[in-house]
Design a protein around this ligand. Sequence first.
Ligand code: MSP
Length: 505
Amino acid sequence: MSFYITTPIYYVNATPHVGHAYTTIAADILARHRRQRGEETFFLTGTDEHGSNIARVAEEAGLEPKEFVDRNAATFMEMTRRINVSNDFFIRTTDERHEQLVQEFLQRIYDAGEIYEGVYAGLYCSRCESFYAESELVDGNCPQHGIPPEWVEEKNYFFRLSAYQDRLLALYEEGSDFVLPKFRANEARSFIEQGLDDISVSRATQRWGVSVPWDPDQVVYVWVDALINYWSALAFAREGEDLRDRLWPEVHHLLAKDILKFHCVIWPALLMGAGISVPKQLFVHGYLLMDDRKMSKSVGNVIDPLELIDVYGVDAVRYYLFRAASFGQDGNISVDGLHERYERELGNDLGNLLSRTTAMVARYRDGKLPVVEGSAELAGELDALGGRVVARLDAYDLTGGLDEIWEVVRALNRHVEQNAPWELAKDEAKADELDRVLFDLADGLRVLAITLAPFLPETTSRILDALGQDAGLDWDHARSGQTRAAEGIAPAEPLFPRVDSPAAV
Ligand code: MSP
């Protein structure tokens, strides 16, 4: 089984914010998890670098477009690194190899007779890079950006999207999970059912883009250019190998609802037009909000993920985003909220559990952890956890996955309180019982570390190190009773050291 997962490729006209980090971390969690299960996994992210909007912003910055996109792509790459994401490749649409494949892709549709020449006249929002019908405007403005669209009239090439209605509806048939969550599939379906207009796939008045292969006076519409990245990247991501043979169409696209129509309607139709199989699945998540408004550059309420990471550490940020909002739905985030969960859930629930466990092994057993028969009841809980997390993550329910794991974090904390190892330590006759409880805690923490590894990669290695365990992260190890005997266990440094106040950000 192979698992290929993508994020949208982000526009480089702005600097990255937590909203971009969100989708990328989500994809990373799923990719890391699939690797643990031994699946051949490929994780793609990147940047969308063409289009009139970017050309305009570059000009405003007094730079050549290429210089501008090089600089800004670097900040997205830096963010990708700092959020500790394990992407296998980073695609940039200004890569010549991508540009060539865009031409090849478009030529295939053209040769199939699915593209014709026409005149486009309509209202265009250059921020969205999208045409709008009068009826879609809000007070005459773009519904996403609140600015008036421009009237554009030019010769364009059109793709016969209207001819794909039935084939698209077939993808959304009852019982299919082509698009998840279900309510997003319904949104896409009702859009298709309303009837589709042909779409313009080229621009005559712009230069910053890929030339249309049969008419170099036109450039390919930036959205078509961008969508093709998911397919093109596989052709050159690995030197001397074409991964499309192995990974296409086993692709899982992650995106937020702002770009649902492009991904769930236009993209599959373009692929059909080019005679290429459609993606296996798309998951459309909600928005991260601040004070109930979408975090976005145009609203101006953005948080820089790097600032949060500097104060709370990367794992805390990765954790918080999927706790604050249920993945799939919209949800508010705030620095106060992060601070609160950092202290309560990461510091107290998980961090203290490790501190206490290692301190007790050091104190009562001179740092030695023998392998003994653990509690059957706890073993049952640990053994059920792996399957529960798999079920959640296979359904893209990252928040539910964390809920399952936290059930066990809490169960272990109760196990400490109920068995009071500090009392057992006072009575030599209870030495075996004490060994059992300490083993339970270590075994439980080890299983937690493995199941948490995709969410909290740094914390996982710290937990395993502190317990003298180095068995690797394979999902097979997420079971009870696999903890090995260890020596030299010392009281662990706090996993999540105190941060004075949220105002530190
Ligand atoms: N370049 C296009 C995508 C082309 S993909 C073939 C684009 N870029 S974007 O920079 O605007 O990124 C949009 C995506 O960023 C969203 O779909 C989502 O993945 C992520 N997000 C940006 N802001 C976000 C929130 N406030 N909340 C959740 N996701 C956010 O569209």
